[in-house]
Design a protein around this ligand. Structure first.
Ligand code: NAD
Length: 304
């Protein structure tokens, strides 16, 4: 018998197509909580994104064996209630890994080659070749703070650019780092030596304000810092002062303490590249977030 899957949030078409290969799939996008409680009893699996709130009521009315959240967090699912009922939960935190990694390099190269101001001057009718002499990444030291999925993909590409790599992550071994041609170092060593520092840690009590005034002061005056992790990991006030006083060379920010960063003084600086939390915004990452969850659900039913 094929498992029955209910999908209540919009996921990519290709993921739905994959699900239909092994399951009977019903779509009820935007299903109300009340209706979900009424109908959930018929299904073996539920796939949501962020709009559907999978409350205790829904879970207790269900006979679900597995639940899939297309995306990273599980904030919209009552995980305790699901655990109590023995319902397995899967998600797809790996979906945006390549998208974030590629944005990191896009931002670094934009910053180091002055692409954004150069583009602007041409549109304004100016041809100011001499203003925009940049720097190469080749031969520079890339410091990666947080050596998980994204950190490692950054290391692979930094190596291809001919960079030396330092990694700081309390949860990796020297060997883990070496496998990616990186040198495992302490955070202060990384900050003092790197030409480009990129942050790939989750936001936790421990990492909030990890890059603070004191740590920014350790950086080289020419160094640039990239935050495509979470706003709050880098102290924005301290970062603004460091950039304004040219204590560091530049910054590329995809995430902010407040999003959008309305009125932030960072917006007035010319040595920063800003993007509106675009890390996961690729067609491929959107496809992945659905298909990875569907694949995990398929493997679960195959293993049963
Ligand atoms: P991951 O869990 O694979 O890796 C995180 C790494 O950080 C782990 O290896 C962990 O050991 C390390 N870490 C934890 N605390 C640390 C600390 N105090 N110092 C140094 N390292 C520490 O996660 P990932 O998939 O690589 O993603 C990293 C972060 O990127 C996510 O937590 C998320 O906040 C962010 N992210 C941003 C976007 C975006 O749109 N900009 C998209 C996806 C993920």
């Amino acid at each position: 018998m094929k498992p029955k899957i209910l999908i209540t949030d919009r996921i990519h078409e290709s993921a739905i197509k994959e699900a239909k290969k092994f399951a009977d799939v019903d779509l009820d996008i935007g299903c109300s909580n009340e209706n979900l409680v009424k109908k959930i009893g018929e299904y073996d699996a539920l796939i949501v994104r962020s709009a559907t709130k999978v409350t205790k009521d829904v879970i207790n009315a269900s006979n679900l064996k597995i639940m899939g959240r297309a995306g990273v967090g599980l904030d919209n699912i009552d995980v305790d209630a699901a655990n109590k009922k023995g319902i397995k939960i899967v998600n797809s935190p790996e979906a945006p890994t390549i998208a974030v990694t590629e944005l990191v390099f896009a931002s670094i190269l934009a910053l180091m080659r002055n692409i954004i101001p150069a583009d602007r001057t041409i549109r304004e009718g100016r041809w100011e070749k001499n203003l925009f002499r940049g720097n190469e990444v080749y031969g520079k030291i890339m410091g990666i703070v947080g050596f998980g999925r994204i950190g490692k993909e950054v290391a692979i590409r930094a190596r291809a650019f001919g960079m030396r790599i330092m990694a700081y992550d309390p949860n990796i071994t020297k060997e883990d780092a070496r496998e990616f041609n990186a040198e495992q170092v302490e955070l202060n060593t990384l900050l003092k030596n790197s030409d480009i520092i990129t942050i790939h840690v989750p936001l936790t009590e421990e990492t909030r304000g990890l890059i603070n005034e004191g740590r920014l002061k350790l950086m080289k005056k020419s160094a640039i810092i990239v935050n495509a992790a979470r706003g709050g990991v880098v102290d924005e006030k301290a970062l603004y002062s460091a950039l304004k006083e040219r204590g560091i060379g530049g910054a590329a920010l995809d995430v902010f303490e407040n999003e959008p960063p309305v009125g932030s003084p960072l917006l007035t600086l010319d040595n920063v590249v800003l993007t509106p939390h675009l890390g996961a915004s690729t067609e491929e990452a959107q496809i992945n977030s659905g298909t990875i969850v569907v694949e995990k659900i398929r493997n679960f039913f195959r293993g049963q």
